[in-house]
Design a protein around this ligand. Structure first.
Ligand code: NAP
Length: 247
């Protein structure tokens, strides 16, 4: 069991469910105090925080829309007040709707860029002044960027922006001993991937990697834990694809 006085502090955005929840659980096991951010799933976030707290982790749930700069400032402030200064930022919050570019509405374009790109920008800008020296930032790209499948133009464009942030921001933090990397998962069995797909479509994706299965949230949580931990201290400005070998 973890000790209650968790020394290092992590913010995980979009941690109420899916990959983010698995990342929060894994970082808690690794001894971090964890801020579980969410936008609307308060019941899930509260349940996760209760579970982490019962296991001896200091954890709080913080409602904040990452696309809103004021919300993100409040996310950092509440985390600092209740858990301490932040060591690790995991920019996991993201949305995906697969629609051909020609059929994409202005509203869907704006929502996808607001959450995936502006959301990551907002937290990075805040982290630049608030993260402890020696800290770690893990952004979220996607292996879809390497697959170029129809329907993914807008989503891939947002993840290309996240990869650009990752490469440049790693250099802008020179002198702080902070690493900035991104993980680029392949298909993972969460609602973001599963919703709206037929069983046949899901099986087609599951057969794509040579490891012949869908990824699970824990497959990505362990990669994030590596990038957030001491063993990845010399990995900086990189995109780590975790996809069972699809691309
Ligand atoms: P998910 O199951 O749909 O969960 C998304 C999480 O993001 C939820 O906790 C959601 O919280 C939160 N969120 C959404 N909008 C938000 C906002 N504006 N502010 C704060 N939180 C927000 O998705 P997932 O599959 O775990 O995906 C996590 C990340 O992995 C995303 O960046 C995604 O692009 C990336 N990814 C996923 C896959 C995959 O196959 N699943 C593959 C490659 C990359 P609420 O419910 O409260 O809104």
């Amino acid at each position: 069991m973890n000790m209650l006085n968790n020394a290092r502090v992590a913010i995980v955005t979009g941690a109420s469910r899916g990959i983010g929840a698995a990342v929060a659980q894994r970082l808690a096991k690794d001894g971090f105090a964890v801020a579980v951010n969410y936008a609307s799933s308060s019941a899930e976030a509260d349940r996760l925080v209760a579970e982490l707290t019962a296991a001896g982790t200091k954890a709080i749930a913080v409602k904040a829309d990452v696309s809103n700069a004021d919300d993100v400032r409040r996310l950092f402030e509440l985390t600092e007040q209740q858990l301490g200064k932040v060591d690790v930022l995991v920019n996991n919050a993201g949305v995906l709707k697969t629609v051909p570019l020609a059929d994409t509405s202005d509203a869907l374009f704006d929502q996808t860029f607001d959450i995936n790109v502006r959301g990551t920008f907002n937290t990075l800008r805040e982290a630049a002044v608030r993260l402890n020296d020696g800290g770690r930032i893990v952004n979220f790209s996607s292996t879809t960027l390497a697959l170029n499948m129809p329907g993914y133009a807008i989503y891939n464009a947002t993840k290309a922006a996240v990869e650009a942030f990752t490469h440049v921001f790693a250099k802008e933090l020179r002198g702080r001993d902070i690493t900035v990397n991104a993980v680029a998962p392949g298909p993972i069995a969460t609602s973001l991937f599963l919703d709206g797909k037929t069983e046949e479509q899901i099986q087609t994706f599951a057969k794509m990697p040579p490891l012949q299965r869908l990824g699970q949230p824990d497959d990505i949580a362990s990669v994030v834990a590596f990038l957030a931990g001491p063993d990845a201290g010399w990995v900086n400005g990189q995109i780590l694809r975790a996809n069972g070998g699809i691309a």
